[in-house]
Write a protein that binds this ligand. Structure first.
Ligand code: CA
Length: 230
């Protein structure tokens, strides 16, 4: 697994590079956005770790530009900014997960594993999506968990499909409003919360490992089952 670490703080570089190597990753380091863009357009990385406070540009702008030039690798954002707004902005603009500095190495490694696993977890055939024991038949619009058919409304199915396609990643309310409900503006509505509540009642019914997690003020994540049981 090959990673690109975009971080200007030497202290963090010196700590992360050997730690990630110990964990079995091959790591390239970029000190600024320009170097990162150069490396990311020349190599394919399994994941990027991007600090938002770079000397030459904002990390968010870098992520946006990388997405524009076709870099599709998952991005873990590192930032000293703690506000919920910053986290939401980072996730909506192309980041896949967010870690606030200071962080524990164990947490970074866990988030990274989760990001890297999601491609494997969602073993999508052309008409089937699978995340752990959750299975979605996209042709018949039917979902089941551990073989039990879930009785979902079309809206709930759409919501679950979106969560499955982004399994292991945080999705925000406005992402769901835009993608599932087609609402580009953010109306003052609790439609997402209501549907998540109902969906959770069906997907995570009693006795099952809960898969749909709430990140307060930020959004939701459909855990891959290994992560959920860990
Ligand atoms: Ca920095």
């Amino acid at each position: 697994m090959k990673l690109l670490l975009v971080e200007d703080e030497l202290e963090i570089q010196d700590f992360l590079k050997p730690s990630l190597a110990d964990a079995g990753y091959e790591v390239d380091v970029a000190n600024d956005g320009q170097a990162a863009e150069k490396l990311a357009s020349a190599h394919v990385y399994d994941a990027l770790i991007v600090d938002l406070g770079l000397p030459d540009q904002d990390g968010i702008d870098l992520i946006l530009r990388l997405r524009k030039i076709g870099v599709a690798s998952p991005v873990l954002i590192l930032s000293a900014r703690r506000s919920v707004d910053d986290r939401v902005a980072g996730l909506e603009l192309g980041g896949d997960d967010y870690l606030t500095k200071p962080f524990a190495l164990a947490e970074l490694l866990a988030r990274l594993r989760n990001l890297l696993k999601r491609n494997i977890a969602v073993s999508a055939g052309p008409t089937m999506l699978r995340v752990g024991d959750l299975e979605l038949d996209l042709l018949r619009r039917r979902a089941s968990r551990a073989g039990d058919l879930l009785n979902l409304s079309p809206q709930e199915f759409g919501l679950l499909e979106y969560l499955c396609r982004h399994a292991g990643r945080v999705v925000t309310r406005s992402m769901l409003l835009a993608e599932v409900w087609g609402m580009r503006i953010q109306p003052d509505t609790n439609v997402v919360d209501v549907h998540i509540y109902r969906l959770r009642g069906k997907v995570d019914s009693e006795g099952r490992v809960p898969l749909i997690k709430t990140l307060r003020g930020v959004g939701y994540v459909l855990e891959t089952q290994e992560a959920a049981t860990a």
